[in-house]
Design a protein around this ligand. Structure first.
Ligand SMILES: *[C@@H]1O[C@H](CO)[C@@H](O)[C@H](O)[C@H]1NC(C)=O
Length: 216
């Protein structure tokens, strides 16, 4: 765990009275959606009873909480959150305060409902047979497919306005946009319903979505 994350978490934990949310590491804190953490007048001083680990190192002046800090917070998307950590280019981006993103995180249930794992591609099975993902080459292949899956669920824009046509990080992807339909945000042209906007932080937003993009 990087010092910044722990620093932010300890700040949050120290200021969290109600509405607690469980974190995988056993730390509890309250949702930060409506409460920007950036102090308008300057960096927040860590509470004296709970010194930040690795203190002496002040947090960066800009950015505050980042998508990388909050990805693991909501258990309903922890499969996808794990994928983002496995893809170096994505985890670096979500940890970069100078690059905004809207992350479309499919719920676990949507990932589990897929007819195959996100790192499996029927074309690989056709070309290579049942052992397509075995051995070093197979693992590379699976990792490449997983990267494409994750890239297709990250939009390099935030805030993302309604009707704004954008391309995900996936090379050669088609344009996507979102619109309100019967009071629900829907990502088009896939028609994926947005469950909620889980977080708004310094470098973008985390949206929880009910389906998986069809990008192949
Ligand atoms: C990036 O996101 C932040 C936080 O929502 C916003 O204040 C800023 O204007 C965004 N920057 C760009 C270039 O869109």
């Amino acid at each position: 765990m990087r010092p910044l994350s722990l620093y932010c978490l300890s700040l949050l934990a120290a200021t969290a009275p109600a509405q607690l949310v469980a974190l995988p590491y056993g730390i509890r804190l309250k949702p930060i959606d409506q409460q920007p953490l950036m102090d308008p007048v300057g960096p927040v001083v860590p509470p004296s009873h709970q010194p930040a680990p690795g203190s002496g190192q002040p947090p960066p002046q800009q950015g505050g909480v980042l998508i990388s800090d909050i990805m693991g917070r909501d258990r309903s998307i922890n499969i996808f959150a794990g994928f983002t950590r496995d893809v170096a280019s994505i985890s670096a981006r979500l940890d970069d305060s100078s690059k905004n993103s809207t992350v479309l995180a499919p719920r676990n249930s949507a990932v589990e409902k897929l007819p195959r794992k996100p790192w499996e591609d029927p074309r690989d099975y056709e070309a290579l047979g049942a052992n397509a993902y075995e051995g070093g080459d197979g693992q590379d292949r699976a990792h490449r497919n997983l990267r494409r899956f994750v890239e297709a669920h990250v939009v390099p824009v935030s805030p993302w306005a309604e009707g704004d046509k954008v391309k995900s990080l996936l090379d050669g992807d088609r344009e996507i946009w979102w619109e309100m339909k019967d009071g629900v945000k829907v990502i088009q042209p896939d028609g994926i319903e947005v469950d909620s906007i889980a977080s708004r932080v310094g470098n973008g937003e985390l949206w929880i979505v009910k389906g998986v993009r069809n990008y192949a």
